[in-house]
Design a protein around this ligand. Structure first.
Ligand SMILES: Nc1ncnc2c1ncn2[C@@H]1O[C@H](COP(=O)(O)OP(=O)(O)OP(=O)(O)O)[C@@H](O)[C@H]1O
Ligand SMILES: [Mg+2]
Length: 503
């Protein structure tokens, strides 16, 4: 029996951006039917490696790429990548929000045409609906992407990539596919990935969630600063081993939150709040507290965040903030009162990809830099560079476009933006999505710190383990209602999960 060629073989792949080596002679081999995880800290080069394979970036000369034993000329085009049987789901999904699901499917693939060259929309729509149904999702192909939830958008991107594998499938690459996906949906994705692998397709799977690596992958390649640290069989590693390989340091446990001399009166009181999903939610929170809000997709966590922030319209209920009844109709009113919000999906709001970090950070607070009718750019730049170093945004260049940072570094910049405003209440809706394990701990420490300094932090998250470790107490939402509040010995990952999953 002859050995099968690797699905992908990469030799000495390098990529230099102006003055920066993002990949340094990286080698990697993916076998047919193997799920191969690719991990590393924010900015370590994962997405760059993938973009060199997909034809989005040209690698430096000298590297070699082969797919199923066939040498691929570099730089390659997107068409070359597809021709060789490589399919991709990128970190930003590669989806056009203003087009429908169907149009997104047809992008770059061409349309099925009738005898006179007309596009057969009905046929195409049926086909796409069936593909999505095979994946367990009932999504109308004629709906605009922007109307879908972020989880449905992710599913569309994945199903589209899998559909592209119909011809010559060799390699499926998923760059942080679960970053915008709630935990319950992850099972669908895993099933689809395993299914593809069982058909002999090699899979590259990028994720910061190490438990996913252990659940799904056969082997793992670790990158650090553009260099391959090594490739390992997952079965040979513990989670601690992997963390050390990724960070090059040992990560300590979180320090217990410092208690702030609590005021008697709550900073925020929510009573009987109802919206599209939420039903009669009441709770309050004091200064110095980190209060977790846990729940599955559709449980109403994000809606609660948006209702308080004035980004959604409530149907019923009252909110008192600093003792006054408030009714924000737009977020800017909430911001003025001292409320900040780090949103679940950095691609949708709160962030302008074409503007620099400096502009993104100071956009909410330019007044500070006006001096005698002129904007003091020097002061602005210095402050923001210092802030970027404090929050470990790499590289700490205030004038770099947001889009040119790695995904996790974009998220850290957004956290920096809000923390800098010193809000009294900071609402964090999935703040560590796409953030590597080292930076995740850093962000959590920052949240603890601002609470210790007297702010209230509301933390919406599906990372139950982190909630249990970080929060003073956790409110659990289930189908729009509060089904429990956990403190002390009851505040465990298992208890949160039991309440969140209860039907
Ligand atoms: N278009 C670009 N121009 C300049 N530098 C870039 C560009 N794209 C990426 N980089 C730099 O290359 C390095 C690797 O980035 P890359 O996006 O590959 O990281 P990553 O491992 O995917 O990180 P993350 O986990 O945050 O997504 C980073 O330092 C990043 O700032
Ligand atoms: Mg990336």
């Amino acid at each position: 029996m002859t050995e099968r060629e690797p699905a992908l073989s990469v030799r000495d792949l390098s990529k230099t951006f102006t003055g920066q080596r993002a990949l340094d002679k990286v080698c990697m081999e993916v076998l047919p039917g193997e799920v191969h995880a690719l991990v590393g800290q924010n900015g370590s080069g994962k997405s760059t490696l993938i973009k060199c394979l997909s034809g989005y970036q040209s690698p430096d000369p000298g590297g070699q790429i082969s797919v199923a034993g066939v040498r691929v000329q570099t730089p390659l085009s997107a068409a070359d990548a597809a021709h060789h049987g490589m399919a991709f789901v990128h970190q930003d999904l590669g989806i056009v929000q203003s087009l429908t699901v169907l149009e997104n499917f047809c992008l770059g693939r061409g349309f099925s045409t009738g005898p006179i060259g007309n596009i057969r929309w009905r046929v195409e729509a049926q086909r796409v609906r069936r593909l999505l149904a095979d994946f367990g999702h009932d999504i109308d192909p004629r709906v605009e992407m922007r109307r879908l939830s972020s989880s449905d958008r992710t599913i569309v991107a994945i199903v589209r990539a899998l559909a592209a594998l119909e011809h010559q499938p060799h390699l499926l690459v998923l760059d942080e596919p679960t970053a915008a996906l709630p935990k319950v949906e992850v099972d669908f994705l895993f099933a689809a990935v395993r299914n593809a692998a069982s058909r002999g397709i090699g899979i590259i799977y990028v994720s910061h969630r190490l438990e996913e690596v252990f659940l799904l992958a056969d082997r793992v390649t670790v990158l650090r600063d553009g260099v391959r640290v090594g490739t390992f069989r997952v079965a040979d590693l513990t989670e601690n081993d992997l963390v050390e390989l990724i960070t090059g340091r040992k990560i300590g446990e979180y320090s217990p939150p410092t208690t702030w001399a609590a005021e008697k009166d709550p900073l925020i009181e929510v009573e009987n709040l109802s919206g599209a999903r939420l039903k009669g939610v009441s709770f309050s929170a004091r200064r110095g507290e980190v209060v977790g809000v846990a729940g599955l997709l559709g449980s109403g966590c994000s809606e609660l965040a948006r209702l308080i922030f004035g980004a959604d319209v409530r149907q019923d209920g009252t909110i008192r903030f600093k003792g006054n009844q408030v009714n924000y109709r737009i977020p800017s009113q909430a911001i003025k009162d001292g409320i900040g919000m780090i949103s679940e999906d950095r691609r949708l709001d709160g962030y302008f990809s074409r503007l620099s970090v400096r502009e993104n950070i100071s956009i909410t607070d330019l007044r500070r830099f006006w001096k005698r009718g002129r904007l003091d750019r020097g002061a602005e730049r210095r402050e923001i560079a210092a802030l970027m170093r404090e929050f470990q945004v790499h590289p700490p260049d205030p004038d770099r476009r947001m889009a040119d940072f790695s995904g996790g570094n974009q998220q850290k910049a957004l956290v920096a933006k809000w923390v800098r405003l010193k809000p009294d209440l900071l609402i964090c809706d999935e703040p560590v999505v796409g953030v590597d394990i080292g930076s995740k701990v850093d962000i959590y420490r920052i949240l603890e710190r601002i609470a210790a300094e007297g702010a209230t932090v509301l933390l919406m998250s599906t990372e139950f383990k982190d909630l249990a470790a970080l929060c003073d107490r956790v409110i659990v939402l289930n189908k729009g209602r509060i089904v429990g509040e956990l403190v002390g010995a009851h505040l465990t990952k298992e208890c949160i999960a039991r309440l969140a999953y209860a039907s």
